[in-house]
Write a protein that binds this ligand. Structure first.
Ligand code: ATP
Length: 245
């Protein structure tokens, strides 16, 4: 499937822009912004950008799956992006459920939103923010350590975008046919916290603590706890390595 592409200098959120236009779309649409003034993360958290310092885009794509069958899609998108970065000599790892890390710090965030397609199936909007070259003040303003990739920043942005778009298109088609099972082994191979002790946090409350075994065939995180192995659903929860607390 071919996608239309549009680029804007600035917008609030490319995800919000595309979500508001899904009713009029007839084919996939990629919307790129050089700067976002109201970038979104999960559960109302914000995604911060600096003009020109990162690659930010959202891709609207129609799937034949219904909304309830999309569990694991953010993880599949993480695998697709990580594979592109690896092919460009940038080793990254995945943090459950939806972050891409470089040297343990967040290099890119992924936000998947969806809406029922009036023609059947689902429209998904996959938003990606990839840090390329951040100013030194960025970390201090954000209040947490982040990663960027100055080497990638020197690469032609259109070429980088084309690699990512192709990989995402392939991942969506694979996910539509086979679900997360097609991505599970690769996700586990890229897992940043494999067998490390982690906590699962919801609004500041620790919900679970255990050793992160990996993800199951649906994309749930398997935690080895004192009470045995339990699967954790993504929902709005966040993961933190215990030794980093
Ligand atoms: P966390 O990364 O805290 O586990 P999460 O995966 O739920 O949480 P998201 O909703 O994906 O986080 O992203 C929002 C969070 O990402 C913000 O709360 C902020 O801490 C962080 N963040 C915002 N902008 C950037 C950026 N440009 N680079 C790295 N991290 C960022």
């Amino acid at each position: 499937m071919l996608a239309d592409v549009e680029v804007v200098a600035e917008t609030g959120s490319t995800n919000a822009d595309l979500l508001s236009r899904l009713g009029e779309l007839t084919k996939p649409l990629l919307r790129v912004a050089l700067h976002q003034t109201a970038g979104r993360g999960r559960a109302g958290r914000s995604w911060q950008s600096v003009p020109g310092g990162m690659l930010m885009f959202s891709l609207a794509w129609p799937l034949s799956r219904e909304t309830h069958a999309l569990m694991g899609l953010p993880l599949a998108v993480g695998v697709a992006i990580a594979d592109v970065l690896h092919a460009l000599d940038l080793p990254v790892q995945l943090k459950w459920p939806n972050d891409i890390l470089r040297d343990g710090k967040k290099l890119a965030g992924i936000l998947i939103e969806s809406a029922a397609n009036k023609n059947g199936g689902t429209w998904i909007v996959a938003g990606v923010g990839l840090n390329l070259q951040l100013p030194e003040t960025f970390e201090a303003n954000l209040g947490r350590a982040v990663a960027d990739a100055p080497w990638l920043a020197r690469m032609d942005r259109n070429t980088l975008l084309a690699h990512l778009l192709n990989a995402l298109a392939k991942a969506f088609e694979q996910f539509d046919q086979h679900g997360f099972s097609a991505f599970q082994a690769r996700w586990n191979a890229l897992h940043a916290y494999a067998n490390q002790e982690v906590q699962i946090i919801d609004h500041g409350q620790i919900l679970q603590r255990g050793f992160a075994v990996g993800v199951d065939v649906s994309g749930r995180l398997l935690l080895q706890t004192a009470a045995g192995q339990i699967p954790v659903l993504a929902g709005d929860v966040s993961l933190r390595p215990v030794d980093a607390l």
